[in-house]
Write a protein that binds this ligand. Structure first.
Ligand code: 5AD
Ligand code: SF4
Length: 460
């Protein structure tokens, strides 16, 4: 087995290159991020490295000396968005030959995508994989000096390994909300999913490093901290995930400690008790079900049954009354019949989720489900999607009604002339009148509710 940790010497060498690149003022990087929170966290590292190399940050590609496009491959739609954005930079490159354009993230890890990208977008200077982030200084230096296009991808088939690079600089894009990666990759190989192929095998950071990062954030006043991983609860560092969560939630100070995302097979009673017993651990649980039918779950390789899922979801709801439950659902997985789909509708009704994230099944090249016969027509996927949404809206409406008249603790995200918005421990959005400062907590009395928004006023 490879040593998964990138040697400290290698990181140091990269940071020295970054320092040498830091020789001109007024340079700017524009980073475009597609996809999940893992990509957002990666972009904060890219930004941190760029800062060390002397790049300020801009949202406007026209102002940039360096454009980085951090792509997602989870569904075709995400890929098309990134490609269409990349296509818009042709003109900029024609106007400014010194402009550097790089593509990274999950699309870069797929051989066919990468090759097509290099061919169709000749103004892209470099492409690098999800485990080559730490090499960005060298990649930029080469692009500036060698003047030839390059690709940086691990030379072993990517799904055999992955790396962890500690000690890289970070430029966080919020001063009160932070993401802390605790593990990377995925070993589950759900048959629809591209993640194991583009993010490599599961690997976990050491608990000491994670806890030091969380403690530092708490000391700096971060009120919302999210432990991140493709499968957080299969964290296999030197302590178990429930222990890690308990310790991360026990620093002095008020904060919401969240985690994303979980697999039902690793959702244990011990974890539920930590959510219940540690006040800083947010009263929110995202537990993707994907389907409510056993045959479909098995075809998806989910490794739990409808009954087991229901048992766990109802167990946590009874242990932590009022907990916000959310889930992911795929509509129109190949071979899914109407009758099987209706079992998904039924599980939604039984659990009563606060919110569901519903996705039309998108065939991903190289995954087993993409090769299955009986792909479901697009219009049918949309019909199922709409039915699920309408069932869910009624449930969410009913659940949120219960908040009216109650007082909730809210972390303020914005305040424009007394119209504030923030989130509760359960991650509910609350719009309220008040004078809370961004990043501080407020007690808010809820005066009205809709399916996905609570409204209220700050208590004096
Ligand atoms: N098509 C549609 N949705 C998908 N997801 C993962 N792969 C696919 C796919 N091929 C959804 C799952 C997962 C969420 C992040 O994206 O529901 O939980
Ligand atoms: Fe998209 Fe998955 Fe990559 Fe996240 S890990 S960016 S969801 S493909």
């Amino acid at each position: 087995m490879n040593n998964i940790f990138v040697e400290a010497e290698q990181i140091k060498a990269q940071l020295e290159i970054a320092d040498k690149l830091n020789n001109k003022t007024d340079k700017k990087v524009c980073i475009l991020t597609f996809g999940c929170q893992q990509n957002e966290a990666d972009s904060e590292i890219l930004s941190g490295i760029c800062e060390k190399a002397g790049y300020g940050e801009t949202d406007d590609p026209k102002e940039a000396d360096l454009i980085l496009i951090n792509t997602c491959a989870i569904r075709e739609h995400a890929e098309l968005k990134a490609l269409s954005r990349t296509g818009q930079f042709k003109k900029l490159k024609e106007q400014n030959k010194e402009l550097l354009i790089g593509v990274c993230g999950c699309m870069a890890e797929q051989k066919e995508r990468r090759e097509a990208l290099m061919k169709s977008y000749p103004y892209v200077d470099f492409v690098f994989g999800t485990d080559k982030l730490y090499m960005l200084p060298q990649i930029i230096r080469n692009a500036k000096t060698a003047k030839k296009r390059s690709v940086y991808i691990s030379d072993l088939p990517h799904n055999e390994f992955g790396v962890i690079a500690e000690g890289l600089p970070l430029r966080r894009n919020s001063s009160h909300k932070a993401k802390v990666s605790i593990m990377y990759g995925c070993d589950n190989f759900c048959t629809y999913c591209v993640v194991p192929y583009v993010r490599g095998r599961e690997r976990s950071r050491e608990s000491g490093k994670i806890l030091a990062e969380v403690e530092n954030l708490v000391m700096r006043g971060y009120g919302d901290i999210m432990l991140l991983g493709q499968n957080v609860n299969s964290y296999k560092g030197d302590i178990s995930f429930p222990k890690l969560l308990e310790r991360a939630g026990s620093f002095n100070g008020e904060y919401f400690l969240r985690f994303m995302t979980s697999h039902p097979k690793d959702a244990s009673r011990e974890l539920f008790e930590v959510i219940r017993d540690v006040p800083n651990v947010a009263k929110q649980f995202h537990l993707p079900v994907q389907s409510g039918n056993n045959r479909v779950l098995s075809a998806m390789n989910r490794r739990y049954s409808r009954e087991k899922y229901l048992e766990k979801a109802l167990e946590i709801k009874s242990l932590v009354p009022g907990i916000t439950m959310t889930t992911d659902i795929i509509c129109g997985f190949p071979t899914e019949t109407e009758k099987e789909f209706l079992e998904t509708v039924d599980i939604i009704k039984q659990v009563e989720f606060d919110m569901i994230f519903t996705f039309l099944y998108s065939p991903r090249p190289g995954t087993p489900a993409a090769k299955m016969e009986d792909q479901i027509p697009h219009e049918e996927k949309v019909r199922r999607f709409e039915l699920l949404s309408s069932v869910q809206n009624d449930i969410a409406d009913k659940l949120n009604d219960k908040y009216v008249g109650k007082t909730v603790r809210v972390l303020c995200d914005s305040n424009e002339n007394g119209m504030c918005s923030g989130r509760t421990s359960g991650n509910k959005i609350v719009n309220f009148e008040g004078n809370a400062m961004v990043g501080t907590f407020a007690d808010v009395e809820i005066t009205s509710a809709a399916a996905y928004i609570l409204k209220g006023r700050e208590r004096g």
